[in-house]
Design a binder for this molecule. Sequence first.
Ligand code: AMP
Length: 302
Amino acid sequence: MSILVIGSVAFDSVETPFGKVEDILGGSATYFSTSASFFTDVNLVAVVGEDFPDDHLDFLRSRNIDLSGLQTMPGETFRWKGRYGYDLNEAQTLETHLNVFESFRPELPENYRDAEYVFLANIDPELQLEVLKQVKNPQLVACDTMNFWIEGKRDALLKTLPHVDILIINDAEARQLADEPNVIKAARKILTFGPKTLVVKRGEYGALMVSEHAVFSAPAYPLESVFDPTGAGDTFAGGFIGYLASTRNQSEACLRQAIVFGSVMASFTVEDFSLNRLRLLNSSEIEERFRTFKLLTHFDDL
Ligand code: AMP
């Protein structure tokens, strides 16, 4: 089962306490697609500028990601610059340049319109909705966003959310979106905005999944060396939705396994800058870490 994703394909410049890089491959849709490609086929909708190099496109193609929905427009590719302090859970955005995304009007290739699984990765909520309107009969719509859009395009975001089944955001974004400091209360409030399930990403503390009748909490994989957290959230979403699409099942049990696959994928991304760790990853490493997760969270009943 393939997934349709709209989101950013970007050049990132990132500073962490462990190093600094400029104009490396990044973007919400890039991380999502690469991560999901370990589980299923991905159809990508995005735009890049004429400055985007062929070897990045070749990498995405090497992961079997369909690029017929990726437009190249005159101008520069989206650029994001961020910094992390020793608390790697919070990125400080230094610069956001939308560039070619400012005038991007997505037009889905005909074969994308039958998509059953849709992921609206972090990008302008107006674009998210524009893409969603072109999909005939989606079975599962998941969505991510960030403070930049919650502040700048709140109304558009609130118009998108009623069409979303699963919202995947981090805890600061959940508090901001709900205007409520307690994460559980914030989650309950966000469920009234449309989504049936909310997944709250909590960085090194794991993830929380809240729906009307169930709450599930998973830790993050206890890594000793976290190098760069950029893309962890998108990679998490790629593992989560990728696994769900591969099973075609949305039972509570599958959703919980999907949370763990999301956490497993994110744990690899943060081990290096950009998509460097994902480039080297193989399926047996994913399965091995999934099993370690089970041991990590297992305890006996009384
Ligand atoms: P995360 O998974 O939350 O760490 O997302 C990091 C990625 O989000 C980076 O590779 C950025 O290129 C991308 N990004 C940052 N700001 C935005 C934005 N306002 N809209 C879309 N993508 C963004």
